[in-house]
Each structure stands twice: as structure tokens, then as C-alpha cells.
Design a binder for this molecule. Structure first.
Ligand SMILES: [Zn+2]
Length: 126
């Protein structure tokens, strides 16, 4: 990995560690400076009420008025289909992922089909 890739992924891994989700921890960093992790946005904590790290980062960028178009995203787990759609719609140009989520093979295909650069898995490449 390049130094820049290492730095962003290290931050994404730090964000992952901060997630309090009991089922799965995931971190995400957009190169516009927004860092997030998967989270429950209320006390109603069930697996299906989790906001994914990528969705959380994109929503935070929108709420803070920070552009996502032309930026890249670093995630500790390859995105699901729903997050892949958000990434495409947000104009993010590349996804760098640490681990591949075997349950989400279509998401990477969708990203590539939309012209988003996909780089990973980066686990073990430091
Ligand atoms: Zn997702």
C-alpha cells in the first residue's frame, strides 16, 4: 500500500475500533476528512437498525456541507449493495477496502460497473 493508503486505512481501522456495535464493527473514512463507523442512531439496537459506516460517513458529509464528489472512501469491510449505491450516487470515485465481505459479492461488481475504482482487499498488504 502507498503511504496515503496506509494512513487513511489506519484511520478507518481506528474508527472501526470505536464502534460500539455488538454484532460487527466497521470503520470508514472519506478523503474529504469525514471519518465514521457503523452505529445505532437511537437506543433501539438491533442488527437491522445499524447505520453502516459508509452511509454514516456520507450522511455526515451531507449534513456538514462537505462535498463527496471526486473523493475516495476507505472502509474496513467491503461495502454492501445499499452502501455501494450511496457511494455511487455521492460521486465517490474509489473504494479501498481492508477485508472482503463474502456475503456482498454483487456490491463490488456494481461499483465497478458504475466506474468506481475498487481496490482491495488490503489486509496483509501493509
Ligand atoms: Zn452497508
Amino acid at each position: 500500500m502507498t503511504d496515503i493508503t496506509n494512513e487513511f486505512m489506519a484511520l478507518a481501522l481506528d474508527m472501526k475500533a470505536q464502534s460500539t456495535n455488538k454484532h460487527r464493527q466497521v470503520g470508514a473514512v472519506i478523503t474529504n476528512g469525514i471519518a465514521s463507523h457503523n452505529t445505532h442512531i437511537t437506543r433501539f439496537e438491533r442488527p437491522e437498525t445499524t447505520l453502516h459506516a459508509e452511509a454514516s460517513a456520507i450522511c455526515r458529509a451531507a449534513s456538514e456541507g462537505r462535498p463527496t464528489a471526486g473523493h475516495e472512501i476507505y472502509v474496513t469491510l467491503s461495502p454492501c449493495v445499499s452502501c455501494a449505491k450511496l457511494i455511487i450516487q455521492a460521486g465517490i470515485t474509489a473504494v479501498h477496502y481492508y477485508k472482503f465481505d463474502v456475503g456482498q459479492p454483487i456490491a463490488l461488481e456494481l461499483l465497478r460497473h458504475a466506474g468506481v475504482k475498487v481496490n482491495g482487499p488490503l489486509e496483509g498488504q501493509q
